[in-house]
Design a protein around this ligand. Structure first.
Ligand SMILES: CC(C)(COP(=O)(O)OP(=O)(O)OC[C@H]1O[C@@H](n2cnc3c(N)ncnc32)[C@H](O)[C@@H]1OP(=O)(O)O)[C@@H](O)C(=O)NCCC(=O)NCCS
Length: 146
């Protein structure tokens, strides 16, 4: 699923979805120039999507695709990284979860501004104990099958 790049990516709006993960960008997550690796951010997004997927699927699930990855702004050491997840679609065994990554600098300055730094859509598949796809059970807390 492609990200909608026609939509303005304003930092003025509120993050979409629910806050599922909050962490800190540490010096160990940088490249030799001191910038945070995109791969570290992606792994945090995968953890965040996995947390929601596990709740929706009520059990084991696995990442099958990652689409529409965009890094809008750099993440700096010391930034608080907040990842919001929104359930876009539930299929038979798969689900699409859109993630937004927002950061706040709580180390160098103490200000309420936050930056919209990255987004992606993760597709997770609910799997059984053998790793085979299983049907996602009805879960009124998250979705209603129509
Ligand atoms: C996820 C996995 C179990 C799916 O197995 P599969 O044999 O392709 O299963 P199916 O063909 O029955 O598809 C199951 C669902 O996944 C979706 N799917 C499978 N491959 C897909 C792909 N390449 N793109 C988008 N969706 C896909 C199907 O549309 C289907 O969705 P639905 O049940 O909601 O209709 C299997 O591909 C796998 O184990 N992948 C590795 C997962 C993993 O280890 N991830 C961690 C990163 S290494």
């Amino acid at each position: 699923m492609e990200a909608d790049h026609t939509e303005p990516q304003s930092d003025d709006r509120e993050p979409r979805g629910v806050l599922v993960l909050r962490t800190l960008a540490m010096p160990r997550d940088t490249n030799p120039w001191g910038d945070i690796f995109g791969g570290w951010i992606l792994s945090q997004m995968d953890v965040a999507a996995g947390l929601m997927a596990g709740e929706v699927a009520q059990g084991r699930s696995a990442t099958v695709t990652v689409d529409g990855v965009v890094f809008h702004r750099p993440v700096i050491v010391g930034h608080t990284v907040c990842i919001y997840a929104e359930l876009l679609r539930v299929g038979r065994s798969s689900m699409d979860i859109r993630l937004e990554v927002w950061t706040r600098d709580l180390v160098h300055r103490w200000e309420p501004e936050r930056d919209f730094v990255a987004e992606a859509v993760f597709r997770y598949v609910a799997v059984d104990a053998e790793g085979a796809p299983r049907m996602i059970p009805d879960n009124p807390e998250f979705f209603t099958r129509s």
